[in-house]
Design a protein around this ligand. Structure first.
Ligand code: ADP
Ligand code: ASP
Ligand code: MG
Length: 456
């Protein structure tokens, strides 16, 4: 049983929102931990639905009645879990939940008066703070000595709220001092997604960021394995919600999986594999509901490197086309365009150029209500050139190996979807992907058709 560390091996196990959604789900996760003594650190997301509630709560002008309803709904999700625990544990946890929700109420009221990204992060962090406290007790209820740990002691970040950058040197030093010694005789339960800046303010790493937190902690602790437990039995050839033809992949290289995450496969936060690759830590992805079914192993070297590995889809893309006759045979034009973009901290994803125009794509972070390309950005670009902005696009990425030199690629990919209007194509920069933009309305059928052609 997982009470005392029997080996020096450390696995960091991360459980996503659906895995900690209710008591039964938490219990399944607790048993996964119990059954393998290598699991020493558990990183949890907020219970499913809670972060979405918090996002709503953090928006401008939410009426006080709605604030109350949201906070009450979060409370119900959590106490529905604690009611299954021993009476005194339930009472103690409910007390903690109630004081956290009181604190949340104050934050929500402040937010109505002075909305900032700092106060938004303070609100978003409550989900993980609640679920981690409860999960530690669920572990204890099945005889595992689980202990809650506040990740903000070690996860120090800059102050870029909503997309905070972690100080990995501090993380490694503080983890060695505050976290590693605890792992010998306890299973430590901590929060994904959240951090703290140098002024002590709460920060967050971006939606879906718990995967990344877990990978950073695995790196900091010199972990041997990272397990990402979620609601599907591994990484599939495409999102199984789009087509039931999608198949689980047994093993995949770091490079391929990182491309999938970057190009929108929600199964992993885009940055997750960076720390794992730095330390060559193998990553497992599996279903906490069906752990017996195994999952996907992500590692440096894999037995096969097929031309086509998977298809990823990223929605809510913005395409900006800048056009100027002055570009013809001129130098320095693009530098000026990029200076404007850099000033507004806009990161360009794809780029294609013609003689007098350049097309650039931008990823709108999921859940954001306003376009990244604000009127101010457009106005500043218009000082340099003509600007057009298009929304409602999706980026389809075909991921594989040797895609810059394999023959017949154009035919295999584009013949299948020759009835679709393709807005932009990027090929050549990476041997691991070919990507193109299509209208949002066509996206699912493009993925389905391509999948049928490339993987059946
Ligand atoms: P968690 O809450 O555990 O982090 P997510 O919802 O963030 O889970 O990620 C799991 C979901 O990712 C799956 O339910 C699936 O719909 C989606 N997904 C997208 N692309 C893929 C893929 N290639 N393979 C598996 N799942 C994928
Ligand atoms: N709870 C956060 C979210 O829903 C982080 C995560 O689940 O990874 O985005
Ligand atoms: Mg996720």
């Amino acid at each position: 049983m997982n009470s005392v560390q029997s080996t020096s091996s450390i696995t960091v196990a991360k459980f996503g929102g659906t895995s900690v959604a209710d008591f039964q789900a938490m219990l399944r996760c607790a048993n996964i931990i119990k059954n393998d003594t290598r699991n020493r650190l558990v990183v949890v997301s907020a219970s499913a639905g809670v972060t979405n509630y918090l996002v709503r709560l953090s928006q401008k002008n939410v009426a006080v009645n709605e604030q109350k309803d949201i906070i009450a709904s979060i409370g119900v999700i959590q106490v529905n879990i604690t009611q299954h625990l021993a009476k005194e544990v339930e009472a103690d946890l409910n007390q903690q939940i109630s004081s956290l929700l009181d604190e949340l109420t104050l934050h929500a009221l402040t937010q109505s008066l002075q909305y900032t990204s700092k106060t938004t992060d303070a609100i978003l962090a409550f989900g993980e703070q609640l679920s981690s406290r409860i999960f530690a007790q669920v572990l204890q209820s099945i005889g595992v000595s689980g202990e809650y740990f506040n990740v903000q002691q070690v996860m120090k970040t800059n102050s870029s709220h909503g997309k905070a950058v972690v100080d990995i040197t501090q993380l490694s030093e503080q983890s060695a001092q505050l976290l590693a010694p605890k792992l010998h005789d306890k299973v430590i339960v901590t929060q994904g997604f959240i951090g703290q800046d140098s002024q002590g303010n709460t920060t967050t790493l971006g939606r879906g960021g718990s995967d990344y937190s877990a990978a950073l902690l695995a790196e900091a602790l010199n972990g041997d394995n990272l397990s990402i437990w979620t609601d599907v039995v591994g990484i599939f050839t495409t999102d199984p919600r789009i087509t039931d033809q999608a198949r689980a992949i047994k093993e995949i290289s770091f490079g391929e999986a990182a491309e999938m995450a970057t190009f929108g496969a929600k199964i992993l936060h885009p940055a997750t594999l960076i720390p794992a690759m730095r330390r060559n830590i193998p990553v497992f992805v599996g279903s906490s509901k069906e752990p017996e079914k195994g999952g996907t192993q992500i590692k440096q070297k894999v037995a096969s490197n097929p031309t086509y590995r998977s298809i990823a889809l990223r929605r809510e893309q913005t395409l900006v086309t800048v056009k100027s006759p002055a570009m013809l045979h001129a130098s320095g034009f693009l530098a000026k365009v990029f200076t404007v973009l850099a000033k507004h901290e806009l990161s360009v994803d794809l780029i294609t150029t013609s003689e007098i125009s350049v097309a650039l794509t931008f990823d709108n972070p999921s859940g954001s209500t306003q376009s990244l390309i604000t009127n101010t950005v457009v106005a500043e670009l218009e000082q340099l050139c003509e600007v057009s902005v298009e929304h409602g696009l999706s980026l389809v990425a075909v991921i594989g190996n040797g895609l810059t030199c394999a023959k017949g690629i154009g035919q295999s990919i584009f013949e299948t979807i020759n009835d679709i209007n393709i807005r932009l194509i990027c090929h050549g920069a990476s041997a691991n992907n070919i990507c193109f933009l299509v209208a949002e309305a066509d996206a699912n059928s493009v993925v389905e058709k391509l999948h049928n052609n490339l993987f059946s």
